[in-house]
Design a protein around this ligand. Structure first.
Ligand SMILES: [Zn+2]
Ligand SMILES: [Zn+2]
Length: 352
């Protein structure tokens, strides 16, 4: 049986922390469960999962549907799109069977690439490799999640760019259904076109998913739509992620002027594990954020401590119960925190 290799390449950068990551993780499980009930897909579809943040790694090698287990998705700092592209090309070389006189190879592979940001690495070498050796024999469908995905960069890799806003209620489900239908459709049409060469995609629900307009590609703002910061729980040293989202659509509008209101509002605090540091680009930073621009606070997701941005001299954040002495879980030194009005300060932010 000839295989239809499908590679899901998923952005797991910090900005995906929380619901997006959870929905993606769950969505993969749903896709596989649905495709298993589809005889044609069950026979042909082989699925691989690659994740990328500051680094790229294969989470699941091409795997037949009955044996496929949806992997837990990590979170890391950075959006190493170049590394992700290189890895998927390496995996195509390693895993996809090319036909010759003695045997029929796999069907034409399809890569579904999800990203919600702009690359933090240099993609030019990987792009060159892609365009000269892979583009003609692999289909790439790029999915831009939200406003800050760099559609202009994606357009240099493929003509198939779809965009959807994961914050729209029900948007993720609609999208996952579309993806499932597209894979299913492709598996049904394999024999119909010469070598299964034509890419079949399901019809999109235009209220949720839009096909990017090649003449009006969305270039992301210079600044990301969220500020993320990493801390450690004082009680068990577990890392956590604080996420602040930019006030969306807030602006001062008068007849004479229109000023967007700057600032970020708390959207959540999420526990991480040590793999976060493995998945992050070493030494990379998203610059500084000032606490004056950050509105609201979240309790420690590990222990419930109410204060999560206690800053140590070592430059790291941790959680505390309130004023008094506390030990920094990063460097071990004892820090004294005063009660009352605290001055705003700058903190290191992640790459988002
Ligand atoms: Zn804590
Ligand atoms: Zn410290």
């Amino acid at each position: 049986m000839r295989r239809l290799p499908i590679f899901l390449v998923l952005d797991v950068s910090e900005s995906m922390a929380g619901t997006n990551r959870d929905q993606l993780e769950e969505g993969i499980g749903t896709i596989v469960a649905t495709l298993r009930t589809d005889a044609q897909a069950l026979d042909t579809v082989y699925l691989s999962v690659i994740a990328f943040a500051g680094i790229a790694r294969t989470l699941v090698d091409l795997c037949e549907l009955p044996a496929f287990r949806a992997p837990p998705l990590p979170i890391g700092g950075g959006t190493a799109l170049g590394a992700a592209l290189d890895l998927v090309m390496d995996e195509i070389d390693r895993q996809v069977i090319i036909g010759d006189r003695s045997r029929k190879g796999d069907w034409r592979p399809i890569v579904y690439l999800f990203t919600d940001g702009k690359p933090t690495d240099d993609i030019s070498a990987a792009r060159e490799r892609w365009l000269s050796h892979y583009r003609a024999r692999v289909d790439l469908v790029a999915i831009a999640l939200g406003d800050y995905a760099d559609q202009a960069v994606l357009a240099t890799l493929t003509d198939h760019i779809l965009a959807f806003d994961p914050s729209v209620p029900g948007g993720f489900e609609v999208f996952m259904r579309w993806l499932t239908e597209s894979v299913s459709l492709q598996s049904q049409r394999l024999g119909e076109t010469e070598g299964g060469r034509k890419l079949s995609l399901a019809k999109v629900d235009e209220r949720i998913i839009v096909q990017a307009d090649p003449d009006d590609l969305h270039a992301p703002h210079a600044d990301a739509d969220c500020v993320v910061m990493i801390g450690r729980c004082q009680r068990n040293a577990q890392p956590y992620l604080l996420k602040y989202d930019r006030h969306k659509g807030d602006s001062i509008n008068t007849e004479y002027l229109k000023i967007p209101v700057e600032g970020y509002r708390i959207s959540g605090a999420y526990p991480l594990n040590e793999t976060y540091f493995e998945w992050s680009q070493p030494g990379a930073s998203g610059g500084q954020a000032n606490t004056a621009d950050l509105e609201g606070a979240a309790a420690c997701p590990c222990c419930g401590n109410p204060i999560t941005i206690a800053l140590c001299r070592c430059g790291h954040l941790f959680c505390i119960t309130g004023p008094g002495r506390a030990d920094c879980p990063w460097c071990g030194s004892e820090v004294e925190f005063q009660g009352g009005g605290v001055e705003d300060f700058s903190v290191e932010r992640g790459q988002g």
